[in-house]
Ligand binder design. Structure first.
Ligand code: FES
Length: 273
């Protein structure tokens, strides 16, 4: 399935250029991926509808829940596809089956609602149960993607666990090229280090999206703010505070405070913000 996967991912990336809509679908404004809570809403409605069916409850409530699940599944799919288009190939393979299972579930629940509207309650119930099986499988794969394959997780190291508080010697200012980011080690982690004259910007070198090397990224200016663009999928981070300007990343890149000792050594400590 790699060819259709590549084609679909490419189409998604071409249609949805970096900007407000794409950032909204990734969940950049909230700092969390938008797809998982939307998916919970859709699947929650469908599970509730099926439970009410099993309990032979009021059919108007069942229809309302089915319709709400169908309506919610559209933004859910848009957010999921947007995230999926910027994943690794292995993640995209699982994501593709996840997508297929959920499209099947959407079709079955839509068929169920249609059958009920036409008075065919029994067929509607059967389609709902089949939809729940497909949606449940899709949800299981979604969990696998998130928890086992770490799609959507924050990949930036938690510096508070890896770097003790306080100041640490990093390197000499004169050893840094001016205006070009480089990578430097600090204990267990790699840091993005950018010297601009006497100013030095330091943040974690690992992109929070999927761990791309930020020091290989492009330096750009967005609305007058200096930013770095990840070379892998284009997440854009402000150099001042590591916050996300554009996704797919939703978590910020941890930054460090810097100071210069008299002998020219740059010292860093984790920012508390
Ligand atoms: S690794 Fe995907 S945007 Fe950086």
């Amino acid at each position: 399935m790699d060819r259709p996967i590549r084609a679909l991912a490419k189409t998604m990336r071409q249609r949805l250029r970096p900007g407000l809509v794409r950032d909204l679908l990734h969940g950049v404004p909230t700092g969390k991926p938008a797809h998982p809570p939307l998916a919970q809403a859709a699947l929650g409605c469908w599970i509730s509808a099926t439970l009410l069916d099993a309990a032979k409850a009021d059919q108007r409530a069942v229809r309302l829940l089915l319709a709400a699940g169908i309506a919610t599944s559209l933004p859910t799919a848009a957010a999921g596809l947007t995230d999926w288009s910027s994943l690794h190939q292995e993640q995209q393979r699982v994501g593709f089956v996840h997508l297929a299972a959920n499209v099947l579930a959407l079709g079955l629940f839509s068929g169920s609602l249609l059958a009920r509207v036409r008075g065919r309650e029994r067929a509607g119930r059967a389609l709902s149960y089949a939809g729940l099986a497909a949606g449940g499988f899709g949800g299981y794969l979604g969990g696998h993607l998130a928890y086992r394959m770490a799609a959507g997780a924050n990949h930036a190291p938690q510096v508070s666990h890896l770097v003790p508080l306080g100041w640490h010697d990093l390197c000499l200012l004169k050893d840094l090229p001016d205006g070009r980011p480089v990578s430097r080690r600090l204990g267990y982690i790699s840091l993005f280090v950018l010297r601009r004259a006497e100013n030095v910007t330091v943040m974690v070198d690992t992109c929070p999206h999927l761990a791309g090397p930020l020091h290989q990224g492009r330096l750009v200016e967005e609305d007058g703010e200096a930013c770095v663009v990840c070379p892998w999928h284009g997440s854009t981070f402000r150099l001042d505070d590591g916050s996300v300007r554009h996704g797919p990343a939703t978590a910020p890149a941890p930054t460090f405070e810097t100071r210069l000792r008299k002998d020219g050594t740059i010292q860093v400590r984790p920012s508390l913000t």
